[in-house]
Design a protein around this ligand. Sequence first.
Ligand SMILES: Cc1cc2nc3c(=O)[nH]c(=O)nc-3n(C[C@H](O)[C@H](O)[C@H](O)COP(=O)(O)O)c2cc1C
Length: 217
Amino acid sequence: MPDPTKNVPQDLRREYTKDALLESNVLPDPIAQFDRWFNDATLAGLPEANAMTLATVDTSGAPSARIVLLKGFDQRGFVFFTNYSSRKGRDLAANPRAALCFFWESLERQVRIEGTVEKTTRQESEDYFHSRPIGSQIGAWVSQQSEAIESREALDRRAEELLAKFVNTGVPLPDFWGGFRVVPHTIEFWQGRPSRLHDRLQYVREGDRWKIRRLCP
Ligand SMILES: Cc1cc2nc3c(=O)[nH]c(=O)nc-3n(C[C@H](O)[C@H](O)[C@H](O)COP(=O)(O)O)c2cc1C
């Protein structure tokens, strides 16, 4: 007997009807197009429009994915900040390629970005690190991101110790912390359409130009 208070995934279904994505109304430059969609997402009041899935691959070829926050983008690429010794940091040191994915639910839009990855300059990491609240700066020092830790208390104790240590001097940027920039070679814009016949326009870099093609949904 099915439980009427529970939803099963196969019964969740929604039609996408908000918009269309046509060759005639996209910009020739995908960064400008991203800027336009990112702006739409923030204006729509999406709570964390800059949250994106980051996929990396380790030396054995195994993928892993997690959410990180986009902190800047321009013609050079898409920047996020993290612990360089974390699982993702180690993956990217060994295999500097990544994929990013945004889902802007109320706009029925997805953006997929693929490319090579480089570290931001130390100065960029310094500037961003020092723009963060002091608690987050301490947090970067406290967390040996992706490593096992014996307890929550151990984490909190270490945060208190480091706060006391740095309270008068300011918090320096840890060597193991900074930015990565995903330099895109492919960017796909996806707009949901009725009956699963969605619009997909994919930009592929060719030299210093971008070629646009339509993909089947
Ligand atoms: C909304 C959201 C934003 C996040 N932003 C970041 C971020 O900008 N940088 C980061 O290192 N981790 C961020 N995280 C945590 C990561 O998802 C992940 O747990 C952490 O980076 C460890 O990943 P790893 O072990 O694969 O390296 C965020 C998580 C969520 C849910």
